[in-house]
Structure formats: C-alpha cells, structure tokens
Design a protein around this ligand. Sequence first.
Ligand code: ADP
Ligand code: MG
Length: 697
Amino acid sequence: MSEPRRYTGAKPPLTLDTEATFLKGAGPAVALRLRALGIERVRDLIFHLPLRYEDRRSHQAIARLKPGDEVLVRGQVVTCEQRYAPKRTLRVVLDDGTGSLLLRFFHFNEAQKSNLQNGRWLQAFGEVRGNAAGLEMVHPQYRLAEQAEELQPEQGLTPIYPATTGLTQQRLRQLIALSLQVAAQDAALGTKLPGLEAPDTLAALQALHHPHSERDAAQVLAGEHPAQRRLKREELLAHQLTLRLLRQRQKSRPARALSDPVAATRELRAALPFALTAAQQRVLDELCHDLQQAHPMLRLVQGDVGSGKTVIAAAALLAAARAGFQAALLAPTELLAEQHQRTLARWFAPLGFAPALLSNRLKKAQRNQLQAALADGSQAIVVGTHAVFQDSVQFAALALVAVDEQHRFGVQQRLALREKGGAHVPHQLILSATPIPRTLAQTLYADLDISIIDQLPPGRTPIQTVVLSNEKRDEVLRRIAEACAQGRQVYWVCTLIEESEELDAQAAEATAARLRAELPQLRVGLVHGRMKSELKDEQMRAFQDGATQLLVATTVIEVGVDVPNASIMVIENAERLGLSQLHQLRGRVGRGAQASQCVLLYQPPLGETARARLETMRATTDGFAIAQRDLELRGPGELLGRRQTGEIGMKLADPMRDAALIPPLQRLATRYLEQEPALAKLLIARWVGDPERYARV
Ligand code: ADP
Ligand code: MG
C-alpha cells in the first residue's frame, strides 16, 4: 500500500481508487475500522454489500401491529417512567392516535430520560413483541422531535451492512452513499461489456444497495436478482481473465527443457517397490511431455487421498536432477516435509540421488552448508516447507518446483514461486489436497493444466464408516480399548467449537484429560494448533513411533500425515465439519494393510444438511463423488455480501455455488482475450485489482 497522499491546495476529485479516508466522515479512526472489514479504497465500499434490508418506508399504525413485525412507528410520548423491579428499566408509552405501544430500555442515561418528555414526537424502529399486557418494543432505535413532520420515513429500503465494533450502520450507509456518488461519475463502470447482460455494473450495484421494491429485495435475499447474476458473472469472468492472462505470460517465458524425462520415470519405476497404476502412468506421460518444453510446465495433479501423488512428484524431481538441474519439493508442514524426504531418499537411493531436507530444526552450520550446496548447484534435490523459498535460499539452476497439498497455496503464493528461477521460470507441479469437480478446478486453477489420478492403488481395504450419536460414546470407548489392546492406534479428532484457536486448544486439552481418565490403560497424546511446532512434531513422532496409542487432535492433522498403523479414527461432533474436511481427515486412516474404521460421532438432533453430509460419508469413500455432493448440498441460500476469505478472494461469486455459470464464461474469456484486451484489463482492475502485479510476472 502506498503512503496516504496529502494535499495542500484544492482537493482533486475523488475516484474509485481514492483511499476511503478521503471521504467525508472517514477519519483515521473510521479508516482503521474500515480496514477491519477489508475496505481501503472507495472502490471497496461500493462492493461492500448489504446482509439484509429493513423496511422503514412508512409509519405503521400501532393498532395493527402484530408480534414479530419489524416496523417503523411514530407517535407522541404519553408516559415516561423509571422502574426498579426487577431491574432498572425505563418505560415509555407511545401513542399514535390508533393505539399505544410500550418501549422498554434497560440501558439509558439521565439525558436520554429527560429528553423523553410527554408530548414530544418519537419515531421508533424495532421488532414488536407480545407481553402480558399488550405489545412492546425493547430497545428500539429512535429519534425525537418537537413536530411530527420532522420525523419522516425513509425513501427506500434500508440496507444493513456487515459492520464491526465502533462502526455504525449509519456511518457505513453514509460512506457507501458517497462512494456510489463517486461511482456514478466513473465512466468505466458504465462501459458496455459484450456478453454480459443488463443491468450494467453501476446499476446492478445500486440495485443491491438500494432495491427498488420489496419484491426486488426478496429476490436479492434469495440470490436470484438479475443484478446479482450480472455481478457474479462479471466477477467470475474477471477472475478467469486474470488467471488466463497470467498463464499466457508464464507460458511465453523461458524454462529449462529437461533432456529425457521419460528415461527418468523408467528408472524410478524400476526402483519402486510397487507397480504404477494405469492412472499414475498416464499422468506421468502428460508430465514428461511438458517437461521437455522450453516453457514452464504449469500442471496441477488432482487425485484422491491415497491415490499416490507423491510418486508423480518424485518422477518430476528425478527428471530435473537427471537433466543436471535442481528441483524442490514444498510441503505445508515440517512433518510432511520430513516424511517426503524419507520416502524419496528410499526410492532414489539406488539411483544415486540423496534429497536434502531444509528444516527449521537444522543447526545453523548445517543450514549454511546446505544453502551453499544449493547455491553452487551441488545439491540437486531439496525438500522443505515454504522456508525453502525464503529470500536467503538461492539456487544455481532451479528447474522445477513441486508443491504438495495445494490447498494452502493461493494465487499469490503461486506467483511467488515463479520468482525464484532467475532468468528461467521453474516448471511447476502442484499436487492438490482435495479433489474438486472439474468445472471448479478450471475456475480456481484456470492458469494450470490439470491431470487427474482417478484410480487407487490395488489392495486397499475400504474404510468402514459408521455414524453414531454421542449417546453411544461408551460403546466407542470400549471398542477403542479393545483395538489398542491388539496393537492398533487411534486418532480422536475434536472439531471446532468456537471461532477461536485458543478455546479450541482448551477443548482439545479437556478432551485428552477426559479420555486419559476414561481409558487409564492407554498412552494418550495430544496435538493442537496452539502448540509450538516443535511440540506438535514431537507429539506426531511419538504417535508415528507407537509411543502413544491414542492421539487426541484438532483438525491440524488434516494434511498428509501417514501413520499406517493408525486404523481407527473417531471424529467428535462430525456434524460441524464440511464434507471435504471430513474426507481429508478420514484419509489419515486406511493406509495400512488392516481394515480401518471411521466413527463419526454427532450431537443430536441433526439438521437436514448435516444428516445428508454424514450419510454421504457413510456411503462413499470416493473423494470426487464427495466433492460433487458437497457442491449440491451447499444451495444458494447463503448470505449476500459475505466476504469470501482466503485464497479465492472473490467478493460476490462463490465458484462452488455458482459452478453452473462458469462454462459459458470460459468461452467469453477467450473472446475477451482475443478481441477485447482493453476491456479484459478493465475487468481485472475492477474485480481483482492491482493489474500491475499480474503484468510484472
Ligand atoms: P496421496 O499423496 O495421493 O494421498 P501417497 O503418495 O501418500 O498418496 O500414497 C499413499 C500410499 O500408497 C503410499 O504409502 C504410497 O507408497 C502407496 N502407493 C502409491 N502408489 C502405489 C501403487 N501404484 N501401488 C501400491 N502402492 C502405492
Ligand atoms: Mg500426499
């Protein structure tokens, strides 16, 4: 972000790119709160959409109110009294000529009380409730005046925005109204965009901030308003354009062509203790084709948990090393990096390559030595976490980067990778953690080619999944005790209770303590997200080595850990998790020779969607089928204006929910790139921002 500009003379006109602090009413304190909502520029304000609307367009007659109504009323104060039973309360009675309504306040000050004099006019907005004596409003929003005429209803529906402490709805409304005025002056917002239907961007935004009618508002809340459809399509198109442009630019840059990747895969195959599946071989063929090009490979490998993606990465690393260059494998955690390094060391030993581990746990001298070997090119293959890509790590001739468990890697990280290869861009191989349906993959990874491993290695015993109510907990404990007595190991997963890692960690600790008391004969370990990573790794290692039998964990164990002897997983409150997360978790068992079980414990009563999710888990272990079902179960009923967080970073569209909109937009994107480059740029700037960053790579 640039320094805020300071103007001394006349103020230049505001534009959508002006920082929000330049708006009237947005001082430094407000700016700070806006930032908490992800709002920095005027542009961000127009995209800050309402969660819902309130109808304050007319005064309702008190005589006709019913409990549950949310209404605006206007009348004269006829009583105002303070009571102390059972607690300090201010009771105001309002009369509008048709009837009277009680307003009750628990929090009030003396000034408020003395302002509420008999005979004054008052306008209140709130929810009507029934009480023993009649109808009332508790803590309504209100305004006072001497004359009835000073209290007028609002012109349109009142938008209610996602807010944050210290930032009132009124302030947000005012800032957004100003921003919409700026937007109305912005010629680009009215530009006609071929292939996108009416209303245009500006009209669509106006319609969402201020729907014309109740019918419009209802359509918006149901996610069915044409304005929403227009904006979602626009955003999905912009995203598609960004990634495709990125891809074009990448593909036109030089990379190191590998001399004979096919020979490398042949060697690896001979060194492996198993035969490749047909699917693995097919993906390797695709890979080998890419690696011989003098332009970077950009390939995503999708495959279910346990489908054998590591072999693919191994082949790519080997091909680079064989050709005389360097290659790196990145894992999301230290533990997983270690695990990969061990596996690769085993596979590569007969081929004369020893992959190094770049770990936080290396002593300074060891680390320096390794870094020197990477810088002079004598170390060909390195495995590590993102630390590998710290500035201090330099490569002599990095030809390939493989990234495992892609869901931790957003577009920004992908960009960072591309900056490590010097004059040459490294080939990129990305292994996804979660299988996703094809249309979705083509949206999120439109810059990548996609290979799919749609087959599991032979001889796996399917995991048996049972869904049990918490009331059966004792039975589950009995079975765990038996299994552990036979030498098996068990994961016990505690799911999120609060939106706080801290409380989560406490809950996991409490669960571990309880299980230790209930199963005193077992050695119980514990990992959670608040632990220092060394402690976490220590606990994981103890479990891997069999020193602990039961591992209590939060969802931190989701990613890639391989403990083949662990054959039972209990997931507590499984109803709280989404399907893909459940599937990832379950993938931690079923990795050894013995039959595995997964117990999904739930807290009754179960909602309909939760029931359908658990039933899906019980019925199938196919990750692609689960991903598809996940999509179906999401439905359109989500809140408008909910900001997508994380790697996707979309404002309105949800590529899962809006998957059906995508295929025609892919064709439209092609048309824009070929015929409308200026409009493509405009859309990217509008929705994705910072086109310079994309231009640089
Ligand atoms: P993923 O990363 O796709 O979840 P892994 O690469 O960790 O899966 O492989 C899971 C297990 O299956 C590993 O123990 C691996 O050695 C083994 N494996 C991989 N490919 C095959 C195969 N073709 N035949 C038998 N076992 C395989
Ligand atoms: Mg893996």
